[in-house]
Design a binder for this molecule. Sequence first.
Ligand code: CA
Length: 229
Amino acid sequence: MDKRILIVEDEQKIARFLEMELRHEGFAAAKEENGLKALDRIVQEEYDLILLDIMLPGMDGITICRRVRKLGLSVPIIMLTAKDSIEDKVQGLDIGADDYVTKPFAMQELLARIRVALRKRQADTGKTLRQEIVCGAIRIYPELYQVQVDGTSIELTRKEYELLFYLVSNRNHVMSREQILQSVWGYDYLGDTNVVDVYIRYLRTKIDNPFGYKHLQTVRGVGYVIKDE
Ligand code: CA
């Protein structure tokens, strides 16, 4: 099957050029110009590689890259950076990108880097078993963005998944609403802190109540904790 590449780029000319060139090379290329939508697509659709511009409407490329890695997704990411401006920053920051290419780039160079990233990933998946996080009766498969309880697959929305992933990553530690809000919804979230309680309730009705478990516990006046027994 053709390797699927998502081009996240808001400059139409560059995006169209990349799409055309990649298709010509036999890749299945798709493009997305909005950062927020790009994050959704990366999480929900399966891509073999992401080309990620930095300055984007909705959400910038560095934040997208960080979030993708925080979710445990290992899809190769090549950053497209503007000449001399952000290059050093990307290089210096540990944002979890596999590689970066400075604009304007030579297509042959980009293609070579894409092939290297794809080969490297293939070698990695060949030798490592699929990643699995176990917490009590809950199993999370971050690369597949899947959750199972007692072997039953659970359908979660992106926020529910991020909340569960965050609590499981901090298992047995009580997390305050503020901590949860900042980590899962971000510092820029302007809505009500009640959103945490609402999503905890959603999660309970999916991963605990139907199975008679109490993984998710409320610590009155403090916050929430997920227990792994
Ligand atoms: Ca841009």
